[in-house]
Design a protein around this ligand. Structure first.
Ligand code: IVH
Length: 609
């Protein structure tokens, strides 16, 4: 229903390459075409934003039209909708008459997309599949008011002087174009790199592969463009794509596969989590066959059903997620999935409390909970008992060697060695690992006990304040709640846990087994130079691991959050920093401290000048 627009010059596509070899071939071909050596190849490497291409037309500096790419020759007139976007300037400060087309990408930032979906979920509305499709849908709304409600942005990467504007003849390179676009108020990509020669080109493209998830938007590759505009003319284009540019694609992070069934697993707190059993599929480099569906509401919002074809997404290290079904018109589907009413393990009743989205198995004797509790107790961040993983815990439980975590300390080598798949050697090392865990500090014991609301930070605060389990058991909820960073919710949860008769018996047995439950005191004579100051660290610093750098800040009374906000005191930038943190700092005018000045910052608590 949009009017057709014929583009002043066709909006070409890009040829793709999928690996370094193909990219080298392009570089060689291009250098040859320009009659230069390969290390003289002067290119710009930009993120390839996963959005949709748009041409914005200005006549005598006035915004008059916006059109989608369409088939490249003609697109759709989306002027009224684009007019609602703040990142498209209404006027350009040009000094002469003429017509300019600015081309770029319309996208939705990852943060805005997540926020939009949070709002959808809160309103019980269907979730959007991904930022790209949402941006496309938002741009093509019939009502511009609807578009205005969507956080769309426009990033500019090309200028076509259609007519007049002689003063722009001084622009002879892509770098000039980008600088001019920025001056005119367009958004450009701050991570763009201008490089010389094949090796630098490959390194720049690799930088984007590594930092893909540090960018504020999703990218599906990088675009490499010859910088000099005359060189571009020399190289020319085919009917489909220019020869002066190439897209180096990155592996996709979304795939489709069949949803075989939806099952429910019960965790250590009794929470019942639905998950999808999938036809195995490779996404972002790893095989995915299971994906969490979080809770009953999420299954309903996503409306996925056994037998559906679904979109699976795996961004970087993030756990795989089901985006939604792929539906075709008139397709027959199974009825909507229903959350079971009983725990699949203990057949106890499932309960959903009040407004909460989560469903619980409330049977404290549920074997699924016991198993998960023991696994958690032994896990790396808790008692760190090597060799006691999920399968071993199941084996010890089914063989009747243990019923809870305190039983672990009574397990004998002889009994273990009898078990299937266990020899004397592995039995000895497991018992040694269990016995050594008795020396773990109180903070780890507290983490391992899985007290509701007590995560690693609260556990450490509790352990450092009370030092021994005995002191913590005697502490009042007021005393606990008074610890900085703890508060009344955690305090109430700790007191409830400590007062429970079963828990009391368990703690007595752990102490009797020789689990020390003491926190070594850290003596600190470090001056509190950074009290109340938030110092964000990004990239690798010389002489400090990331954890050490953050600990150094915390030791001096500061905090070291993972993201930049208005409240950030400064951002310490090391090698290969996160691009989004640096650009956010620049945007908010937060001081940037180079890593060579980090020690000075720690010592003085002031921004080194
Ligand atoms: S340049 C003639 N630069 O990728 C050059 N395109 O696969 C045309 N895209 O239709 C495009 N980021 O929608 C260029 N930095 C970037 C880009 C970019 C994303 C999209 C654009 C284009 C598609 C081609």
């Amino acid at each position: 229903t949009f009017t057709e627009v014929t583009h002043a010059a066709p909006m070409l596509s890009l040829d793709n390459v999928f690996d370094d070899d193909e990219m080298r071939q392009w570089a060689e071909r291009t250098a040859k075409g320009l009659n230069i050596e390969i290390d003289e190849l002067d290119v710009v490497v930009e993120p390839k934003i996963d959005g949709l291409a748009l041409t914005v037309t200005y006549v005598n500096g006035e915004f008059i039209q916006a059109a989608t790419r369409g088939d490249g020759r003609t697109g759709e007139d989306v002027t009224a909708n684009v007019a609602t976007m703040a990142s498209v300037p209404r006027r350009l400060p040009v000094t002469s008459a003429g017509r300019i087309d600015i081309r770029g990408e319309v996208f939705m930032s990852s943060e805005d997309f997540d926020e939009l979906n949070r709002r959808q979920a809160a309103a019980g509305e269907k979730l959007f599949a991904n930022p790209r499709n949402t941006a496309a849908g938002s741009l093509r709304q019939k009502d511009p008011h609807a578009t205005a409600q969507r956080p769309l942005q426009f990033l500019a990467y090309q200028m076509v002087v259609v007519d007049g504007h002689d003063e722009l003849a001084s622009i002879t390179s892509h770098v000039d174009v980008l600088r001019c676009l920025e001056e005119w108020g367009f958004l450009t990509a701050p991570t763009t790199q201008h490089v010389l020669g094949q090796d630098a080109l490959l390194a720049a493209a690799e930088w984007f592969a590594v930092h893909r998830h540090d960018l504020p938007y999703e990218i599906d590759g990088v675009v490499i463009k010859v910088d000099d505009l005359l060189d571009r003319e020399r190289l020319g284009s085919t009917s489909r794509a220019p020869r002066w540019a190439i897209a180096r694609k990155l592996p996709p992070e979304e795939c489709t596969t069949a949803l075989i069934s939806i099952e429910v697993s019960v965790g250590r707190t009794g929470r019942a989590t639905p998950y999808a059993v999938l036809e195995p599929v490779v996404v972002a480099g790893s095989t995915v066959s299971l994906a969490t569906l979080h809770n009953e509401d999420q299954v309903r919002l996503k409306d996925v059903r056994p037998g559906d074809t679904v979109i699976v997404r795996k961004a970087g290290d993030v756990i795989p997620e089901i985006v939604g079904p792929v539906l075709t018109k008139g397709q027959r589907r199974q009825p909507p999935w229903e959350f079971p009413s009983q725990c699949p393990e203990c057949h106890g009743e499932f309960v959903r409390r009040g407004e909460e989205s989560d469903t619980y198995c409330i049977n404290p004797a549920c074997p699924a909970q016991t198993r998960a509790q023991i696994e958690h107790f032994a896990s790396r961040n808790a008692m760190d008992i090597e060799g006691l993983g999920e399968q071993r815990v199941v084996q010890l439980l089914t063989e009747g060697l243990i019923r809870d975590v305190a039983d672990l300390y009574d397990v004998q080598i002889e009994n273990l060695a009898q078990l299937e798949g266990m020899g004397d050697l592995s039995a000895t090392s497991l018992v040694t690992a269990i016995q050594s865990s008795r020396a773990q500090p109180l903070s780890r014991v507290l983490i391992g006990l899985g007290i509701r609301h007590v995560g690693p930070v609260a556990a450490r605060a509790l352990a450092q304040t009370f030092t021994t389990l005995e002191a913590l058991r005697r502490a009042s909820s007021d005393a606990i709640g008074a610890i900085p960073g703890v508060g009344p919710v955690i305090a109430a949860s700790v007191v409830t846990f400590m007062e429970d008769a079963d828990n009391r018996r368990l703690l007595d047995r752990l102490l009797a087994a020789g689990v020390k439950c003491e926190e070594p005191q850290v003596v600190s004579d470090v001056p509190a130079t950074l009290t109340g100051k938030a110092v964000v660290v990004t990239g690798t610093l010389d002489g400090f691991s990331r954890d050490e750098a953050e600990a150094a800040v915390v030791q001096r009374g500061g905090t070291s959050p993972g993201s930049v906000s208005k409240k950030t005191f400064c951002v310490v930038v090391g090698v290969s920093p996160g691009a989004s943190k640096v650009s956010k700092a620049t945007e908010l005018d937060i001081p940037i401290v180079p890593q060579e000045r980090f020690i000075e910052l720690l010592e003085t608590g002031e921004i080194p000048t």
